[in-house]
Ligand binder design. Sequence first.
Ligand SMILES: C[S@@+](CC[C@H](N)C(=O)[O-])C[C@H]1O[C@@H](n2cnc3c(N)ncnc32)[C@H](O)[C@@H]1O
Length: 601
Amino acid sequence: MATKQLKQHVKPPAPQQGPCAGACAGPCAGPSAGPACAVCGAPAGQRCAGCGGAYYCGKDHQKQHWKQHKPACSPVKESRSAEMGRFLVAARNLDAGEVVLKEAPMLEAPPPSTPPLCLTCYKPLCEATARDCPRCGWPMCSTECANNPKHRGECRLTMQKRGNRMNIRNFGLPHPSYQCMATLRCLALKEAQPAKWLRLQEMESHHEQRQGSPRMEQERFAVAQFILRVFPKLRDEDKITEDDILKVCGILQVNGHEVPLSEPPHVAVYDKGSLLAHSCRANCAKSFSSAGELVVRTSTAVKAGETLTICYTDPMWGTAARRQHLFETKFFWCRCERCLDRTEFGTYFSALGCPGEQPDCPGHILPDDPLVEGGAPEDGDPDMGDAMYWRCSQCDVSMPQGSVLSLLRRVGEDLAELDKDDAEACRIFLQRYGGDEFPLDLKEKDAVRRPLLSRHHFYLTDVRLALAQRYGQDGADAQQGLSQLTAGELAHKRALCHQLIQLGEKLVPAEHRMRGLLWFELHAVEAEGSRRHGLDQGPDPDALRASLLESRRCLAEAVNLLRCEPPELPEGKVLRQARLNLQDLDQLLCALHNAVGVAPM
Ligand SMILES: C[S@@+](CC[C@H](N)C(=O)[O-])C[C@H]1O[C@@H](n2cnc3c(N)ncnc32)[C@H](O)[C@@H]1O
């Protein structure tokens, strides 16, 4: 194993306590002082950083032991249950922020709906840039891409199972051949890489549940029948059936990840990564490296044996919409701790405000049973929804489910009409449905006695997120944009960022990107605040230092949360800027210290 790889597995030893129970100064090396080296049995001063389960006296023995230890060395291990099938659990106690998985894709393919593009780098092609692969005829962008191993699967199947070369000419329009590419690449594994094919076949396809679904019927025609028509020898010689292909389509639907490194995102399947279970309040965050590797890190501390989860749906949707989406796309009704908790960890994210008679009732209107809240109940009885009630958590007000849903539908329609680029329209929406007050000059003032929606309702949160980013975008650059805001608007941007960050920490700690971007916005607000303070009050080194330190704290939070984002993505660009701004701020703080002698940080 390369020294560089080994270094990643070496971490300073955890403090050990020997028989002296910590009474002696420094690490205790008594006979029963703690773990022994896995190679020689001597007191171990070093622990494997990968799994934390093996100890060594030094680097040499760790290196020597690696071959033996490697199969067992992982912070995650596979488990299985009747309800969830296979899933990953923590192999040891994990700290928040630990990378638990970094994995190259087992298989990668272009987006399903696309005009002709290069099958290796996904660059769009036109008549002038396309170079037909000399072997199979699929249009590529260069000889180098045509020779890339990523293109090997469909290239070989086209040569061996089609009989003639591809001839794709309609550049610029979505081309049907590309919808079958991910499936074709899976089928190509069968002969070329049988071990990978077996791993793929072990993945969940929900083939039975998919029967008759609109998606399966579309894939029957556009993928299965298309492949068997275009590659007839797959059917005649290899005895591949429509059903075999539809099973592969199911595997791709259930296990495929959208990788946003290309526009539109391409598709990838990861071997270990496909075992991660879902939770609407996930304990792991996923991102992608520039090379398309899946990077999963913990967003909270996770105890040994706990299930590691990512979120398969949009965690900023309400409970009903999330559950319905999971059922339609991943074929299970979610029963995670967030879905089971009607208050969603005290945020009341999917609740209404109480419209009852008692003035100032602080209650929330919540469904009797959160698991049948929004749509058809999961046992399939369509009439049961009408018998459902939503009730106030504090008084005896209740509302039939139908009334709640029609209220929510009305607000949803208003939201769909809302121009989120119009800050004033956003403020009016927030005031109308959330009772938000502004020290601002609103055109229209709706007297709201009681807010219809709970304080952190997902509709309000959606608008607040848009508004927090919208404020300050009108200038040539961020600095100029913020300088054009009124004092009220700047204060509002600050308040929104703080409120959304707190909500994110409580409700969706794995949404690192959302919080990272908000912390970045907040650092700019603080910097603008200190600039204005200097203009209004004249130079005040203590106040300046305090606000620079606050701005620095925001930047450090942003850098920490965004640190796994690749530079190709917008969040990676913000990360780069945040790091540069952090350097500038440190220089400024040092200069301030040198000038007036206050401690820099
Ligand atoms: C990407 S696969 C995960 C691996 C899969 N469990 C297996 O055995 O291959 C997604 C599927 O796992 C199951 N699953 C994942 N998270 C779940 C959860 N929280 N509750 C129930 N089933 C879950 C569902 O069947 C889902 O369609």
